[in-house]
Design a protein. Structure first.
Length: 109
């Protein structure tokens, strides 16, 4: 089965997985200049894959606008999520567990 991801805007440095991705070639659809990217790790459907190396401190671009900032270097073809970015729109997202989304700054008693 062919793996595909959608690049929304030509300036984006991430694309959205249209199905769960596994290591291997991913065909890109949408607005970007690239035809494909090599996926290097599993990426869930609906999540982001890096289209190029994104350096720590560099903006994450989706929809042609910055949505976050890399908190570490992100290699091309890897999963882009809470473990490697800080949201520019939701301060609280940096306090969520990357795997579950559960708040890490709240104590439940």
């Amino acid at each position: 089965m062919e793996q595909t991801a959608f690049q929304i805007h030509s300036k984006d440095n991430v694309a959205t997985a249209l199905s769960p991705l596994s290591p291997g070639n991913v065909r890109l659809t949408g607005e970007g200049p690239m035809d494909s990217v090599l996926c290097t790790e599993p990426i869930p459907k609906g999540h982001k894959i890096a289209l190029k190396k994104i350096r720590q401190g560099e903006l994450i671009l989706k929809y042609g606008v910055p949505i976050g900032c890399a908190i570490r270097d992100i290699p091309p073809g890897t999963f882009v999520h809470l473990h490697c970015i800080r949201s520019l729109y939701d301060e609280r997202s940096s306090h969520l567990d990357p795997a579950t989304g559960a708040p890490l700054d709240t104590r439940y008693e």
